[in-house]
Design a protein around this ligand. Structure first.
Ligand code: ADP
Ligand code: MG
Length: 616
């Protein structure tokens, strides 16, 4: 075939191939246009997953009749003019491609009226047939109707999923756009049913709650900082509302939803040790920076961007989120009367999750029992909960009798507590089943998992020590032999740098045996057997493999050490040990969660207790 120029239709269809993957992409492009047109309300309506109809209506500035033909032409835009403009894009659109592309693969009509015009004008396109604009009735603003999407590109049509899936994607698209534009009212109607109706608001917090769900209010911390020229505002979820998917991690840059691996990494890093690494935090983060510091012209749908200074952005996000999490008390509170909400406030407690993680050893039994305990609670019907409470009540009667003082309907206990010092005398603490400590703080009753808390304490100590250099090591009088699998011998070499850091020195002494010459003093002091520890480390490294990232791998190993060194479930604690542990709880960082991310402490608030005892 001789070389020839493609027809405008084919050119536009090729462009559409990049921009319009599915109905949700049409909605994204059109709503972005409405936002750029300064609309204060945007209505989105679809039928049958957007296949048959997508209608977007806004009250924005509109398009004058004599510009309508240009608006639907390729490479025609009102948003930029010259090359330099590409260096600092302030609008959502700028390529002038969307309308031409969508017109080339659907039957599209556009009706628009500006405030200077007395009437509206309309233009219709179908594939390469573009009608002349003509006057038409219509309100201020723009209405775009897209029918029969992909009618002339059957290949694309074939790739569409079920109507339900396409509808969900559109709905998520609308939510994303609405999240970053609270001052605009949004509605979404599917098959004549309105499923989203968001009033304009000046409060971004309000909009976030409307979309994420109001029941999360107490679980979200507000972040508002400026770091290295990057403004960040967001709502960041406490560890308890981490999810199995990353759908609830949303990042916006200058009003545009983006996905950026380095930002995702920074966020997950900030949560490290607070949530299980396989879970994702709930977070909505809005970043604002000089448009000149970022290139948004690197991805067809602009979902990815390129920062001029990637490292600075990573650092800013990491420290902002990490610091915010540090500031707050992350102890989950359980609300027994609203099982639905209760399950949200402690969703980390999925039994399969609790038992699947952890490096085995003494630790997992207590972690499992905590999770089973809570899980058990969640499933109880309210009557049974009352029953369980009568048991808790007995415990309380012994430890904090003032809580149960009945002749005063006012929360006397709560009042007293305001004047009581926060850390109570150790007589106020009860160890139950040699596994949990029951005590109080100014908000209510605390149930502490002694192993999980001590594990965090040990972990923080180790982290601090390793920050100062290799861990202190102690020479053994006689090398301690360990029988390993011959196939694990290579680990002796690959793990050497790590072993050096934690103060362990070992060498091969047989085809399937190694000898430990020196061992970490820290572990020694905590009574950990060198051979047992090494065997477990090797088994873990060969079965699951350690993280590729050196820092993360070190974290995993410190984690193991902390677990081994910590008080176990089933250990009867002395008064002194309890006092020390509770004191540490006030001092160490992230004491609300163990290094695997599970909570160390659960709180039952005074209000909840009063409610359950029928005082309110
Ligand atoms: P871009 O958004 O990249 O400029 P589009 O093809 O999406 O390209 O839109 C072309 C032009 O049509 C825009 O630059 C804008 O001037 C105009 N336009 C599109 N949608 C609207 C709307 N809803 N309200 C007002 N003007 C619009
Ligand atoms: Mg556009």
């Amino acid at each position: 075939m001789p070389i020839h120029l493609l027809s405008p239709l084919v050119v536009n269809q090729i462009a559409a191939g990049e921009v319009v993957e599915r109905p949700a992409s049409v909605v994204k492009e059109l709503v972005e246009n409405s936002i750029d047109a300064e609309a204060t309300r945007i209505n989105v309506e679809i039928e049958n997953g957007g296949r048959d109809l997508i209608l977007i209506n806004d009250d924005g500035v509109g398009i004058p009749m004599d510009e309508l033909s240009l608006a639907v032409a390729a490479h025609a835009t009102s948003k930029i003019t010259q090359t330099e403009d590409l260096n600092a894009i302030a609008s959502l659109g700028f390529r002038g491609e969307a309308l031409a592309s969508i017109g080339a693969i659907s039957r599209m009509s556009l009706v628009s009226r500006t405030k200077n015009d007395t009437g509206a004008a309309r233009i219709d396109i179908e594939g390469d047939k573009v009608d002349d604009p003509k006057p038409s009735p219509g309100p201020l603003g723009t209405t775009i109707t897209v029918r029969n999407l992909f009618f002339n590109t059957p290949g694309r049509r074939k790739f569409l999923r079920t109507d339900q899936t396409e509808t969900t994607r559109i709905s998520q698209t609308v939510e994303k756009l609405a999240l970053s534009h609270p001052q605009i009212g949004f509605t979404f109607t599917t098959n004549k049913r309105k499923t989203i109706d968001l009033a304009p608001t000046q409060h971004r917090r309000e909009r976030v709650l409307e979309i994420l769900g109001r029941e999360l209010d107490g679980e979200l911390l507000e972040l508002d900082v400026n770091e290295r020229g990057i403004g960040m505002w967001g709502m960041i979820g406490k560890p308890a509302i981490a999810r199995g998917t990353n759908r609830h991690m949303q990042v916006f840059l200058n009003g545009r939803s983006i996905t950026d691996r380095s930002i995702t990494h920074a966020i997950k890093e900030a949560y490290r040790g607070l949530i299980d690494p396989t879970r994702h935090p709930t977070i909505v983060l809005f970043m604002q920076m000089d448009p000149a510091m970022v290139d948004v012209n690197v991805h067809p749908t602009k979902a990815e961007v390129r920062f001029r200074n990637q490292a600075a952005v990573h650092g800013a996000v990491l420290s902002a989120v990490r610091n915010r999490l540090r500031e707050d008390d992350l102890t989950p509170t359980f609300d027994l009367s609203r099982p639905g909400v209760g399950s949200l406030s402690i969703p980390g407690f999925k039994p399969e999750f609790a038992s699947g993680v952890g490096s085995g050893g003494g630790g997992s039994s207590s972690q499992e029992s905590t999770s089973q305990f809570v899980d058990y609670f969640r499933r109880l019907d309210p009557l049974q909960k009352g029953f369980i409470y009568s048991e808790v009540k007995e415990v309380l009667a012994e430890s904090v009798p003032e809580l149960l003082d009945d002749d005063n309907a006012k929360p006397q206990a709560a009042q007293d507590m305001e004047v009581l010092p926060m850390v109570r005398a150790v007589e106020d603490v009860l160890q139950i089943h040699s596994s949990f400590l029951v005590t109080q703080d100014e908000h209510g009753l605390l149930i502490i998992d002694q192993h999980a808390l001590h594990e965090r304490v040990m972990f923080e100590k180790l982290k601090e020590a390793i920050g100062k250099g290799n861990l202190e090591s102690q020479r053994l009088l006689m090398p301690a032999p360990v029988d390993i699998d011959a196939s694990q011998m290579e680990l002796l070499v690959s793990l050497k740098p790590l072993l050096d850091r934690i103060g362990i020195e070992a060498e091969q002494i047989g085809p399937a045996a190694i000898g430990i010459n020196a061992f970490s003093s820290f572990l020694f002091e905590r009574g950990v057997e060198p051979a047992e520890f090494i065997l477990e480390l090797f088994n873990k490294a060969s079965a699951e493999g350690l993280n590729n990232d050196t820092e993360a791998a070190l974290h995993e190993v410190l984690d193991m050490m902390a677990c081994k060194a910590a008080i176990k479930a089933g250990d009867k604690l002395t008064t002194q040990e309890i006092t020390d542990l509770l004191r540490q709880r006030e001092i160490v960082e992230r004491s609300s969660n163990c290094p695997h991310g599970r909570p160390t402490t659960l709180r039952l608030s005074i209000e909840e207790l009063e409610k359950q005892f029928g005082r309110r």
